[in-house]
Write a protein that binds this ligand. Structure first.
Ligand code: GTP
Ligand code: MG
Length: 339
């Protein structure tokens, strides 16, 4: 899973990237481990040789979203983030070094409009192409054309494709890598002293935004943990930006986690909600899918209340599930397979 960090020039993308990934200046892609205290508890219980946390990747585009004289969209910036699974939209909510007051709503809408426009260009071109093919007697995919027309109507009405939950994930449209169809996490980048989101008169376009004091968090991310702890208390930071951004990233991507305890290894896996047992097996290895027999399941909370795996088993909490079982967040799974 990869998230691209977008935002207007000077909104704080580089700052946020460094705060979240703790990577050095100049890095563009960084992998972070998804902290999960359940993994730590499983570690204490099973004492494996190896522990593997789930990972998420963050991408900082190399270009800056520059505006040309005529306000045209700059495709080179967008082409870097097109392959991402989701976006983090950084919105400046701090006074600029020069002193200019923030205007978060305008900034947010500017980039949002930009993405809508970039998608509109793609849709119009494609529809024209398909219409031409039809006229020439070529076979066109009628369903694709229908879906593209639906996209066109939304985009013309200035609405991002993600607002239509079906269109946004339609397999037929996947290849277009529409920007406005990607799940987005809006992140307000605040001054050190400011903990509140900006006032927003009509907030419907925002889903669950996150407020981060970027510069402060970047500095904290660079400190040794003991020193950072002091500042966290002083600035009333309960969870660091690292933790909150990761948690929100998983949530905008609709991801849940399951665990495996096998071969002396405790491991955490990220999967989309509603993933079936057999597809979860494939995430581990294609052989596990091919030779899938059944899955032995224990909910994390049941393990904790029973104390040990054996005790949970005695209490009948360990179940056998088939291919179609929808994996739940916190399931500890032991796949039985035969290849
Ligand atoms: N006061 C304050 N300043 C910040 C904060 N975050 C970033 N800045 C400053 O704002 C300026 C731009 O930050 P960057 O992180 O470089 O922004 P960017 O979006 O990467 O900018 P470009 O790469 O040029 O598009 C820098 O001078 C930062 O020090 C913040 O949370 N508070
Ligand atoms: Mg930058």
């Amino acid at each position: 899973m990869r998230l691209g960090i977008i935002g207007l020039p000077g909104s704080g993308k580089s700052t946020i990237f460094q705060a979240v990934t703790r990577s050095n200046k100049g890095h563009r892609i960084a992998t972070v481990l998804v902290p999960d205290e359940r993994v730590d508890v499983l570690n204490r219980l099973f004492k494996p040789d190896k522990t593997v946390y789930a990972r998420i990747e963050y991408l900082l585009p190399s270009g800056t979203r520059a505006y040309s004289q005529d306000g045209q969209s700059d495709e080179s910036f967008w082409s870097e983030v097109r392959p991402c699974d989701a976006l983090i939209h950084v919105v400046r909510n701090f006074h600029q070094p020069g002193g200019e007051a923030p205007h978060p709503r305008d900034d947010f809408l500017r980039l949002e409009t930009d993405m809508i426009f970039a998608d509109l260009v793609v849709v119009e071109k494609r529809i024209d192409r398909l219409d031409l093919d039809k006229k020439r007697g070529k076979k066109v995919n009628a369903e694709e054309l229908l879906m593209l027309s639906a996209c066109l109507r939304m985009l013309e009405a200035q609405r991002p494709l993600r607002d239509d939950t079906e269109l946004a994930v339609a397999p037929l449209l996947k290849g277009y890598t529409f920007l406005s169809a990607k799940p987005v996490l809006v992140l307000f980048n605040n001054n050190d002293e400011d903990e509140s989101p900006p006032p927003w008169e009509e907030p419907p376009e925002l889903h669950n935004p996150l407020v981060v004091r970027g510069e402060l968090e970047m500095e904290l991310a660079g400190l040794p943990p003991e020193e950072a702890a002091e500042f966290l208390t002083a600035y009333h930071i309960k969870d660091s930006a690292v933790e909150r951004v990761i948690r929100h990233s998983c949530s905008v991507l609709g991801l849940i986690r399951f665990f495996t305890v096998a071969n002396n290894e405790v491991r955490c896996w990220l999967i989309p909600k509603e993933t079936t047992a057999i597809d979860a097996a494939e995430v581990i290895h294609s052989d596990m899918k091919r030779g899938f027999i059944r899955a032995e399941m224990l909910a994390y909370d049941d393990l904790i209340s029973a104390g040990t795996y054996q005790e949970a088993k005695k209490e009948g909490k360990v179940r056998l599930e088939g291919k179609a079982y929808a994996v739940q967040d916190g399931d500890i799974i032991n796949f039985h397979f035969n290849v």
